[in-house]
Design a protein around this ligand. Sequence first.
Ligand code: FAD
Length: 324
Amino acid sequence: MANKILVLGEIKDGELRNVSFEAIAAGRRIADGGEVVGLLFGENLQGHAEELIKYGADRVLTSENSDLVQYTTDAYKQALLQVFEQESPDGIILGHTSSGKDLAPRIAAKIGAGLVSDAVDVESSGGSTVFTRPIYSGKAFEKLSISDGPTLATIRPNNIAPETKDEGKSGDISSISLEVKDLRTIVKEVVKKTSGGVDLAEAKIIVAGGRGVKSAEGFKPLQELADVLGAAVGASRGACDAEYCDYSLQIGQTGKVVTPDLYIAAGLSGAIQHLAGMSNSKVIVAINKDPEAPIFEVADYGIVGDLFEVVPKLTEEFKKAVSN
Ligand code: FAD
C-alpha cells in the first residue's frame, strides 16, 4: 500500500547531516511506491531542499524561521505538529540523533502514533513495514511493525544507505509558514566543547582511546591518525573519567552509540559497557598491549603492542597510502 512519508532533515552548523539522506532512503522504503516529503526548519534552506530531492525526496517543505535554527523541544514540537496536521502523512522519519530522540516520543504521544526508536533497517512489502532495532546493548535484534495509525521512527545514523544521488532530479520546494509561540527555551549561544572535526555519531572511521593513552597528551597520536584517515576521535569512559578528554567523546552504554565502517580501539580494554556502543561497527581493529584484553574478542584485526609505537607507525603507513 502506497504511503505518504514525512522526513525531517537535520541541519548542523549550516550543513545537512548525512542521516537526513539515510532517513529519506528509509522513507522511500516505507512509502512503498508512495510519496516521500522532506521537511526542513531553519534558515537558508533552498540548497538543502534541493539536496534532499537529489537524494530521493519527491518534494520538500521548508519553513524559514529564526526560532527553528537551533533545535529546541518547544519550537520543533509545535512546528512538526502543525506540518502533521497540514499533510496528514502515514509516517514520520527522523534521525536517531539527540534532537530526534527528544522529539519523536513527544510527537508520537501527541498524535497517538506507534514509535520505533533506533531502527537500523526497514523493509516494506505487501502493505506491511518491518523495522529492525538492536536490543540488549546490541547483543540481539528485534523486528517490529506498527499495526495501526501513523508510523513514527528514528533511524540510527550510518546503517541505512542513502539512495544514489541523482544530480538531475528536481521536485517541488514549497515554503510554509509555521507559528511557534510561547517558547520556554531560547538558545542564545552555542559554546562548543570540542573543536570542529568529524561528527562522532556519523563518522565512517573512528579512532578511540582508553585509559591506556595515560594522559590528555596521549590522545595526540590518535588525533594524528584520525586526521590522516578523515576520522573522528572517540574515547572510553575510563579515559573520560581520568580527564584525558571530554565526555562528549565517550562511546558506550552511557555515551554515544556508533556504527562506523572502521573502529580503531587503542588502549581500551573492551568492557561490556564500551562494547554496547561500538560492537556493531563493520570492522574493528584493536591495539592493546595485553593479549587477554576482551576487546580482542570482538576485533576483526588485533595488534598486541604498545599504542605509542603502533599508532604512529599506522599513521605513517596510512599517510603513504593516502598520498599514492
Ligand atoms: P581500562 O579497563 O583500564 O583499560 C585500559 C586498557 O589499556 C587495558 O586493556 C590495558 O592493557 C591497555 N593499555 C595500557 N597501556 C597501553 C599501551 N601503552 N598500549 C596499548 N594498550 C595499553 N565505559 C565506556 O567506555 N563507555 C560507557 O558508556 C560506559 N558506561 C558505563 C556504565 C556503567 C553503569 C558502568 C558501571 C560502567 C560504564 N563504563 C563505560 C565503564 C566500563 O565498565 C569500564 O570501566 C571502562 O570502559 C574502562 O575504560 P578503559 O577500557 O579505557 O580502561
